[in-house]
Design a protein around this ligand. Structure first.
Ligand SMILES: [Cu+2]
Length: 154
């Protein structure tokens, strides 16, 4: 084991020892992933795993809120509700995401095809202003692409 690997493992153990809150903040994430990590820690072999916060992509800045546009509220818990959002092509919409729990790994929302990446602070409405230029189905998801919904553009 190299010195560098040892430091990486030490950091990983420190993250686990710091408890669920910090681990969740680092988007180590879904319950099943956490269970797997705990098991592996017990085995003392975690080489190759990268759980550092730096592993996450930095969010991009998003467009400002549309002045006159339809507003669609999306609640973020262990899911996005509604998980399917219908808009018209060329329609200006404000999607307002509000995360209402810490018991979720959806602490950010990503529309990969539309280049939208936004953090979702607890209890703070976050507006994603969109004017979809083409029809189709566009997936939006948490940072790990597991909790997801669909923007349907007709
Ligand atoms: Cu996730």
């Amino acid at each position: 084991m190299t010195t560098r690997t040892w430091f990486t493992l030490t950091a990983a153990y420190a993250l686990l020892a710091a408890g669920p809150a910090l681990a969740e903040q680092a988007h180590a994430g879904h319950d099943h992933a956490m269970a797997g990590m705990a098991g592996m820690a017990g085995m003392g072999s975690m080489a190759g795993m990268d759980m550092t916060p730096a592993a996450r992509a930095a969010p991009k800045k998003a467009a400002a809120r549309h002045a006159a546009a339809r507003t669609i509220q999306v609640q973020v818990t262990g899911e996005f509700a509604p998980a399917e959002i219908h808009v018209k092509r060329g329609e200006k919409v404000n999607l307002v995401f509000t995360r209402t729990t810490d018991r979720t790994c959806a602490t950010s929302v990503h529309f990969r095809e539309l280049g939208v990446d936004r953090e979702l602070p607890l209890g703070k409405p976050v507006t994603v202003a969109l004017t979809p230029a083409k029809a189709g189905k566009f997936r939006f998801s948490c940072g790990m692409d597991m909790i997801a919904g669909t923007l349907v553009v007709d």
